[in-house]
Design a protein around this ligand. Structure first.
Ligand code: ADQ
Length: 483
């Protein structure tokens, strides 16, 4: 797809996220060749961006390189540069080794480092300045996720005329965890700079409001519209839950295409035509509960409740944050455990667990989801978990079954899933057993409920609902005379 340089024009709609919606691949000329990233956020926002001729601000993925604004396939992007030191301190440090573990129940202890914090402030300032430059008078700016918690307030100071939305993709922790952060007041103030602070689940929004109250704000709890209001310095910040979703129609079309169906059949053949394919797909992250799941599989193979050859288990993990020590250690643990299970229970040409450590393309992933009889999604904590929803979208014929952690945000919506506590490995193992023995009609009813749910509430509905409330918040601000 063509990428052409563009002048940094101001726009009525600006998205600010840590990463751009395109990834660059090195070419011989030294100039990267750009292709659209496959993520759900890009799918959700692309139509809105195109309609409004919007701009996306983010990091291009390469350090110490300044890239001028350009337009890719009609989508305008303004890259923000990061130095290698900032990548280590702002991104791998404060974002991923402080905020990420703290917001996920301190599954691993967060590292507190003042230097990282200073870098986080500096980089957030750079993103806020870029947004201030890109936004036309009265524009709407939508800021995303935990890497940019300070941007809303910074942007409000620079550009009080713009409407600011913020959406957090990960959980917001209870106050007793959040307040362990030496900089919690700065972060709350940063988020409260938005007109609408959106979360995945009502309990995240509730945790946030309680912390804002401790900080000294008056709170109006959610009324009939499920939106809470926080009074802060003469203005009102709205808060609410907007569970993120997937491009369900697009996935269903892909999953029912001849190419994907054919590939799904070949995957089953490559696995040796087992009776049952069991699959997990995760980013390699300690929040995803991979060792706990492997412990349950270990027990199932050990007790002969799963049999290699009859049951094929596939674990696909995407490499992630590989320079952070806890992630390297987790990979080591997973690979030791997979080696142990295969060594103990596999046979020649028939491993118990087929393990792939790599990212796979959209079509290939859809084919794996289609080929799967039982999907295991068992994170210890997850804001939402898109894989669970993608699986449901890929099964319009209501075949297949989903075992889902009660600690994934998706559990609040996917009522057809078999819910488990991922810490309880005995129970997880017995649930696998029970699901495989459940009558087909029962499994099919459950799958059908989930498929309908993800089709009804898709990623486009998500973006529409968030932006609709953001504009109501903006209108409320004008009525109050504080715009
Ligand atoms: P993540 O923690 O990255 O997202 P998730 O919601 O599961 O988790 O999204 C991962 C995405 O990557 C999915 O679309 C999945 O298909 C894809 N993926 C995973 N492994 C892959 C592989 N090996 N190859 C190709 N694709 C792969 C954060 C939060 C979540 C929240 C999302 C969106 O942690 O809770 O749901 O943002 O808000």
């Amino acid at each position: 797809m063509q990428s052409v340089p563009c002048r940094p024009q101001r726009s009525d709609f600006v998205v600010v996220a840590n990463r751009l919606p395109v990834v660059g691949e090195p070419t011989e000329s030294g100039e990267p060749s750009w292709r659209r990233s496959p993520g759900g956020l890009v799918t959700a926002l692309e139509p809105v961006l195109r309609r409004a001729q919007g701009v996306w601000i983010g990091w291009a993925g390469e350090c110490d390189r300044r890239t001028a604004p350009f337009s890719h396939d009609g989508m305008r992007v303004h890259p923000v540069s990061l130095s290698a030191r900032e990548l280590a301190s702002y991104y791998e440090g404060f974002s991923n080794a402080t905020v990420w573990p703290l917001f996920h129940d301190t599954i691993v202890p967060p590292t507190l480092d003042r230097g990282w914090w200073q870098s986080y402030v500096q980089v957030n300032t750079r993103f806020a300045e870029a947004a201030a430059l890109a936004a036309a008078p009265g524009a709407t700016v939508w800021v995303h996720d935990y890497q940019l918690l300070l941007v809303p307030a910074m942007l409000r100071t620079l550009r009080p005329d713009v409407t600011i939305g913020f959406f957090l993709h990960i959980p917001f922790p209870p106050e007793e965890l959040f307040m362990q952060l030496p900089w919690w007041t700065e972060i709350i103030d940063g988020m409260l700079g938005a007109d609408l602070v959106g979360f995945q689940l009502p309990r995240d929004a509730e945790n946030f409001r309680r912390t804002a109250a401790i900080r000294g704000s008056a709170i109006d709890p959610p009324g009939a519209d499920a939106i809470g209001r926080i009074h802060v310095g003469g203005r009102v910040a709205w808060t609410g839950a907007f569970p993120v979703a997937v491009d369900a129609a697009g996935l269903t079309t892909l999953a029912t295409s001849a190419a994907v169906r054919g590939r799904a059949r070949r995957i089953r053949a490559e696995l040796g035509q087992p009776d049952t394919v069991i699959l997990s797909v995760d980013r390699l992250d300690y929040t995803k509960g991979i060792p706990e799941r492997l412990a349950a599989l270990d027990a199932l193979y050990k007790q002969g409740r799963l049999i290699p050859g009859r049951h094929a288990t596939v674990q696909i993990v995407t490499p992630s944050r590989e320079r952070i020590p806890q992630y390297r250690e987790l990979r080591r643990r997973i690979e030791i455990e997979v080696g142990h299970i295969n060594g103990a229970y596999g046979a020649l040409g028939r491993p118990a667990v087929h393990y792939l450590h790599r990212s796979v393309g959209r079509e290939e992933l859809a084919a794996f989801l289609v080929a799967t009889d039982l999907m295991l999604v068992t994170p210890l904590r997850d804001g939402m978990n898109l894989v669970a929803k993608e699986y449901a979208a890929c099964h319009p014929d209501a075949d297949g079954a989903l075992i889902l952690s009660e600690f994934a945000g998706a559990a609040a919506e996917l009522h057809g899933a078999y819910l488990v506590n991922p810490y309880d490995t005995d129970r997880l193992a017995s649930t696998v057993d029970a699901v495989l023995n459940d009558p087909v009609a029962q499994r099919s009813r459950r799958m059908d409920t989930m498929h309908r749910q993800v089709r009804r509430h898709d990623v486009h509905a998500w973006a529409r609902s968030y932006l609709g409330v953001l504009h109501r918040a903006r209108a409320g601000r004008t009525v109050l005379g504080v715009s």
